[in-house]
Write a protein that binds this ligand. Sequence first.
Ligand SMILES: [Zn+2]
Length: 318
Amino acid sequence: MMNQNDSKSVMTVLGPVAVDAIGITDAHNHLWINPVHGADPTSPVLNDFDSVRMELQDYLSAGGSAILDCQPEGCGRDGRKLRKLSETTGVAIICCTGFHRRKYYAPSSATWMFSEEDATRLYIKGLTVSLNETDSFENPIKAGFIKIALEADWSENREDLLDATGTAAAETGAALEIHTEKGAYAEEVVNYFSKLGVKPGQIVICHIDKRPDFSLHKSLAEAGVLLEYDTFFRPKYEPEKYVWPLVENMISAGLSGSIAFATDMAEKEMYKYPSGGPGLASLPGELKQRLVKMGVALPEIDDILGKNILRSLSGLIQ
Ligand SMILES: [Zn+2]
């Protein structure tokens, strides 16, 4: 077990692992989603163990090492499956507590009934003691970060639950991955959480490449937050026109320490097995190759493809 002074490890579903022992890490993905009764019918489901296992085996063969699973409790997370997948394939999996967009839950879900105090307690327990689904385990699984989601309109957010995650992040040092609707409220949310005692280095703004405004990215990077990009295989967001030039600009500006790549493949169609999509292996494969071809220095590639997100995760007190 790591002690409180050792910040150089991350909490995986198999326990703490030294950051130095982990290489390429996908900063935002989905490996398992149980069907959620009462959720929006378009909610993604990923529950074919063998397909996910094959994806992870390919990921490892292509040079991948770890993946963040961004499905919190109540909307399909199953830490037991994630542990089994990690044990079977050797890929380090880091799971989360927190909450996703409201449409991924039944309207009556416990997630939306919690008081701020109960929610805070649940998040801290998930990070420091056990996920609910492993309470009875001798060796329970702990979450390695907090994932939350902002809605497109701020008035639809539950500020009490945002505050609960802010308190949990401030108390535990956990990273806070924030889903944004195409980058909405990116600037505001950094201030919001700073007021709750969350440090910029704990904050990861997700899907921000859907708002590819370089000056925004530069100022967020300079504020010390990590920016997660994942539109590389989404034609709708015209990656050649937007995300790749943005990546070039960020690297040229000396900001490679502030971006983290991911492929966010919640939809089955994105998986190679069985859909023939790019699959999880595309991050250590195609995306890394592209950075090499662009002439990006290897230490910067290591940052973008793992070290940056691992640094954010390693603040969690274990
Ligand atoms: Zn996601």
